[in-house]
Each structure stands twice: as C-alpha cells, then as structure tokens.
Design a protein around this ligand. Structure first.
Ligand code: PGA
Ligand code: MN
Length: 498
C-alpha cells in the first residue's frame, strides 16, 4: 500500500512519501463507497466538487461521504468547491444535435429561445455576444472542436462562416480566440453556490474565468459575508487572466492552470510554456498551484495511461506544481482508482529526478516577516544537513507554505490543532499535516512531545536529526520565531516525569 500522507505503518519500504498532491473530481463514478475508499487510500488529497454539473443536494451528499470515509481512514482531505462561472453557451436544438459543414453559414441569434435551433441558426444563453464580437473574429465552440469566423454582427445576431465543422449539440460552450468577452466572473448561480460553499465548510473555493483581482476580491467578500473560510483558487483560463496574472495571484490563495478553457483561448500550442510560467510565478509569489485538465484523459476508458499522458503529469511535477488534478477520469471514468494509482506512481517517480530535489534557495535581498525568515533559514539548513524531517508547529499553515516554496526532498510535517489548517495544508507540495494540540503542553516539553508524536507514527527513530520551528506564544497565528535542531532521543524526558 502506498499512502500520500503519513498514517501508522510508515516504515514499510513501499511507503514512500509523495510530495505532489492529487486533486480528484467527484462524480457518479465515485458514488460507490468502496471505490471512494480505495481512491482515498491510494492517495487522493483534495476532492473537487464541480458545480458546473449536478445539484446542490448531490454535491452535499458526496462531500459528506468523503468526510466520513476520510475520518474512518484517519486521513486529512480537503474539499474544493469549483464554481461554474460564466461559461458562454449556445442554446438548444430541435433535435438535440446538428451537423455543420465547412464553408456553410450559421447564425447565432439572441432572440431564439427554447429548443428552436437547426442547421442554420441557434439561440444563445449569453445574450451579450453581439456586443462583444466583430467581423473577422474567430469563435471556438465545444472546447475548440468547431471553429466559426464572424462575418457580420447586428444588434441580436452574429453571422458566421463555419471554418471547422462537425457535430454540435445543446448548450456547448463558446470562446472567442484571444479572449475579450465581457461576461463578469460571478453569475447569479455562482453567488448562490458561494453560500453553499460557506454552509458546507469547503476548504477551497475555485473561481472560474476571473479576469482581474477584482473578480477574486468580490468572491472573497461574498464568501466572508456568508461565514465561509475557504481559500480562494483563481482558475487561470482567460487571456485577460494572463495579462493580469500578478494581481490575480496576489489576491488569491492558490491558482489552477485550467488548461481546458485556457487552451481554447490562447491556442493549445501555447499551453506548455504558459504552464511553466504560471507555476513559476505562483511559487515565487508564495501561492500553491494546481495543474488541471486532460492529464490522464485516456483513462476515462482505459486501465493504463498513454506514454504522452505519463510524460505530461511528470513534466508538471518537474515544473514544480503543488498538485495534479483528475477531472472526468475520476468523475465519470471507468477506472477512477487506477487513474489515482497512476498519478501516484508517476508523481513518485518524477520526484526522484534530481531537479525535483535540487534546492534553489531564494535570493530575495530582504524578507518581510520573521516567520518567513525562519521558514527560509529552515529550508537552507535542512537542505545542507542530514535532516530527516522538518516539524513545524503551526496555527494557520503559513510557515509550512513558505517552506514548501523551496525545493527539497525533506518532508515538512505541519503540526496543528486546527482541522481547517490541516485540511488547507493538504494542497501544499511536500507538506504533511498531522493533528497535534500544543496549547496544553508545558513549553519545556514541547519539542519532546512533537518528536514523540512522529515517533509514535513511526516517522522518526532514535538518532534522527530534525528541525523544529515554533513561536514563543503557542496558539497565536503568525508568531513563528525560532528554529531548533534536535536529535531524536537526546531530549530529557519531562513528559515521563508527569
Ligand atoms: P473546468 O475548468 O473543468 O471547470 O472547465 C478546468 C479547465 O478549464 O481546464
Ligand atoms: Mn474551465
């Protein structure tokens, strides 16, 4: 058995720690409790509830089941609630589906309602399209499978020539090549779903199609007002988001490289370079990053990935991603457990490559915070000494997040008494959350007790060298101000005397 996080029997030789985290999308294929249990056991760290599909009740049911099984297995898993966002869609056809031929004309008409579409014309869910496009624009439908060129536009209609034809069915998405559609990031449905995120206690909330930091800030205000504490994930999937990248990352708690829609907007061939850039910039701004979409797409129907997919996942790991994501592979595929197992083994192997381990210390001329300085000093020391593990006593998870921005092969154990902090840390590369309440332990015994917690879990043995970070004021956020190097077994045992 290979586990992503530490539970008890860690010293079995198979049980190597996977630093890269796995995000698994929920769906009908995981509604079988045994399958879900397997997926958690094999290594799912974060579960994504995709609010583009399904109703509230189904999502709530699934989230409850995930939490119950995770609790049984004594594993920390986070819930990521993913908002649908303003997917710009066509309306419906009389026959559900039509076929378009290259070279023919086709009209997108905002005045058509209901199931009225045919081979010549179809309605639009997104009524503002005629204001957003001009003659000469390229429109991509159904994730780029079909391509239209805009010939002319009037108040209510967009007249197009079909450049690449094919089947087109109800409610398929439309993107404009180069971006520039004016739809706001948060729809009415998203606003309601933010209430649901707060009510269900989601750990992360993903905002789809943000254009600027304001879209993220608005989601944060709504979430806070609803009493939610989730971290906000900005999905980078519009041209505008690339333009405003720094401010969006600064306003978010994490980002997602949403390759599906992003590939349509900027062109698929641009993706690999943009992925590298997004990961690098997110890490340098101290934010985690999820690489998403079609990572093991063929495993929807196959028990093994293609070689190209294996390389794609491995390269995301080498780029420095915090997490890799499965979408339809686990939500609607035939082999969700095999897809997670494939992710697990590909990540583990990629992490053996020298570039995953080679430390590149930060070269900032100045640190802004004391806990940031402690985190950087810890990583520098750990990467230059034979350190077995880093133990960080944390309230909010900030110190381990900083630590995890520096490449290393040494595990960072985030010890916290707060379940929300433990779940938040499941996304951070190389950070392994452990429940530990330091508030009623005598300060003199704290190092000892933290080490004992890891010995109990068979993570540490006598003689191991560890680094411990903590603050003078236990139980207060943002006060980490010390690091200490300790040899396991050499600390006097105050605890035994009690
Ligand atoms: P989606 O987002 O699956 O919600 O569309 C991810 C992407 O666009 O890649
Ligand atoms: Mn998307």
């Amino acid at each position: 058995m290979i586990l992503g996080q530490h539970s008890r029997n860690v010293h079995s030789p198979m049980n190597i720690l996977r630093r890269t985290k796995i995000v698994v999308t929920l769906g009908p294929a995981l509604d079988d409790a045994e399958m879900l249990r397997r997926v958690i056991t094999i290594g799912a760290d974060v579960f994504r509830a995709n609010f583009s599909h399904g109703n509230k009740e189904t999502h709530e049911q699934r989230i409850t089941t995930v939490r119950n099984i995770a609790a049984e297995l004594d594993k920390n898993v986070a819930i990521l609630l993913d908002l649908q966002g303003p997917k710009i869609r066509i309306g419906r056809f009389k026959t559900g589906k039509i076929h378009l031929k290259e070279g023919q004309s086709f009209i997108l008409d905002t005045t058509l309602e209901g199931e009225t579409g045919d081979e010549q014309t179809v309605g639009l869910d997104y009524k503002n399209l005629p204001n957003d496009v001009r003659a000469g624009d390229t429109l991509l439908l159904d994730d780029g499978r079909l391509e239209f060129r805009v010939q002319r536009v009037d108040k209510t209609r967009v007249y197009c020539e079909v450049i690449a034809g094919g089947d087109l069915s109800n409610n398929k998405g439309i993107n404009r090549q180069g971006g520039g559609l004016s739809a706001g990031a948060l729809t009415e449905k998203d606003r309601e779903d933010i209430q649901t995120a707060a009510k269900l206690g989601a750990d992360y909330l993903a905002v789809s199609f943000p254009r600027s930091a304001d879209d993220i800030k608005e989601a944060r205000i709504l979430l806070k007002a609803a009493g939610g504490k989730a971290g906000i994930v900005a999905k980078i999937e519009r041209t505008e988001a690339i333009t405003n990248l720094q401010e969006i990352i600064a306003a978010s708690d994490a980002i997602m490289v949403a390759r599906g829609d992003l590939g349509v907007e900027i062109g698929d061939a641009e993706l690999p370079a943009i992925q590298k850039k997004l990961i690098r910039v997110a890490r340098s701004l101290n934010k985690p990053v999820i690489t998403a979409t079609q990572m093991l797409e063929s495993m929807i129907n196959s028990t093994i990935p293609t070689r190209a997919e294996v390389s794609d996942v491995a390269n995301a790991v080498l780029d420095g991603t915090d997490a890799v994501m499965l979408s339809a592979e686990t939500a609607a595929g035939k082999y969700p457990d095999k897809a997670v197992a494939a992710m697990n083994r590909i990540c583990l192997s990629a992490e053996k490559h020298w570039s995953s381990k080679t430390n590149r210390q930060r070269r900032e001329p100045h640190f802004n915070y004391v806990d940031e300085a402690i985190a950087m000093a810890t990583m520098y020391t750990a990467n230059h000494l034979d350190i077995k593990a880093i133990i960080t006593l944390t309230e909010s998870g900030t110190t381990p997040l900083w630590m995890s921005r520096v490449k290393s092969s040494i595990p960072i154990y985030g010890l916290s008494r707060h379940p929300e902090t433990l779940r938040r840390m499941t996304l951070y590369r190389g950070v392994f959350p452990i429940q530990f309440d330091a508030t009623h332990i005598d300060r003199r015994n704290l190092n000892q007790a933290a080490v004992a917690e890891l010995e109990k879990r068979n993570i540490l043995q006598r003689g191991d060298l560890v680094i411990i970070t903590k603050g003078d004021l236990i139980g207060i956020h943002g006060r980490t101000n010390s690091m200490k190097i300790v040899t396991v077994g050499s600390v006097p045992n105050h605890l035994a005397a009690k």
